[in-house]
Design a protein around this ligand. Structure first.
Ligand code: CAA
Length: 305
């Protein structure tokens, strides 16, 4: 089997939340590439860097990596401050976007990335459910035909590269091609994920891809069981942990992913398929309305304060 070179000499990561930071971490430590880390919030960047330092220290303390490797990885991370904007990522050969699950937000970002970065930069999205085809279409400049040469050039370099949380631990990356994605983009993105130490599966560009088309109805059913009083929170989670050997119960997992993210994915599945089996539970909607977003906000199905 021939090995495709990913050719990524510098990576851009857009968003320094739990996913973006994890992607920066495996890219700097495992793939050993320089990373330009950008977020529109300097507070979020600071939080991300603190988490990065903690993760590296933990790995050194456990003897998983040498102190020197940790230092080299940390030195590969360069912050692109908010004031520099997306153009600060122009030296990257690939940018992986990891911002919130919102189609309008991602469309706005990809349209600007396509306008501000060189035309051969690979543009990857870490979306967990949103159509890569729609994101790719947003790279065509307004008023330009999708059939024109320049118009095709941009969407062809857009790809879905879906990491799992916690990124340093989870072994999988899901690879998703938009109908516009070129084979070269797919091959290079896949080779990069492998260089990060991940196994790669491919999914068609359907709402939720394979992972969340299966996971989210499961989480939603667990929330509905709680809502209907079928069992307590602890018994629902215990059933799946001890009865099925899941590392976490579905309610704890929902908190861990983020309830706002779970709701956004479920809405994408429901709106994208029209199938009532994907309708988000009322309890999940209420909790997100209350800003009970799970572990990151200190309260979800469990308390983290
Ligand atoms: N970052 C980095 N490393 C972490 C971590 C984090 N946030 N959390 C745990 N770890 C590491 C620990 O350091 C430990 O490493 P060692 O084996 O080297 O000691 C290892 O993971 C196991 O951790 P713990 O012993 O503390 O706890 P655990 O055995 O309960 O494992 C877990 C924690 C790995 C998170 C495990 O509970 C698990 O696998 N949970 C399910 C996670 C899951 O399903 N993730 C996918 C969510 S879906 C998604 O991300 C995508 C989407 O589209 C929504």
């Amino acid at each position: 089997m021939s090995v495709v070179a990913h050719g990524i000499r510098t990576l851009g990561v857009l968003g320094s939340g739990q996913m973006g930071l994890g992607i920066a971490y495996v890219s700097a430590l495992r793939a050993k590439v320089p990373v330009l880390l950008h977020d529109r919030s300097s507070v979020q960047i600071q939080k991300g860097l603190e988490l990065m330092d903690k993760l590296l220290e933990k790995d050194v303390a456990k003897g998983k990596i040498k102190a020197e490797e940790a230092k080299e990885a940390r030195d590969r991370i360069t912050v692109v401050p908010p004031v520099q904007g997306l153009s600060g990522l122009r030296d990257a050969d690939m940018v992986i976007e990891a911002v919130s699950e919102s189609l309008p937000l991602k469309q706005a970002i990809f349209s600007r990335l396509a306008a501000e970065l060189p035309s051969d930069t690979i543009l990857a999205s870490n979306t967990s459910s949103i159509s890569i085809t729609k994101i790719a279409a947003s790279t065509i400049p307004e008023g330009q035909s999708s059939a024109s040469k320049e118009g095709l050039q941009s969407p062809a370099r857009v790809v879905g590269l879906h990491f799992f949380n916690p990124v340093p631990v989870m072994k999988l990356v899901e690879l998703i091609a938009a109908i516009q994605t070129s084979q070269e983009t797919m091959d290079r993105a896949k080779a990069f994920a492998i260089a990060c130490g991940k196994e790669v599966t491919s999914s068609q560009d359907v709402p939720g891809f394979v992972s969340n088309a299966l996971l989210m109805p499961f989480i939603n059913e667990a929330i509905m069981c709680l809502e209907k009083g079928v069992a307590t929170r602890d018994d629902i989670d215990k059933t799946l942990k001890l009865g099925m050997n899941h590392p976490m119960g579905p309610l704890q997992l929902a908190d861990f992913i983020g309830l706002d993210t779970c709701l956004a994915i479920q809405q994408t599945l429901y709106n994208g398929t029209g199938d009532s089996k994907y309708r988000p539970s009322v309890l999940l909607e209420r909790m997100v309305d209350a800003q009970w977003l799970g572990k990151k906000s200190g309260k979800g199905f469990y308390d983290y304060s």
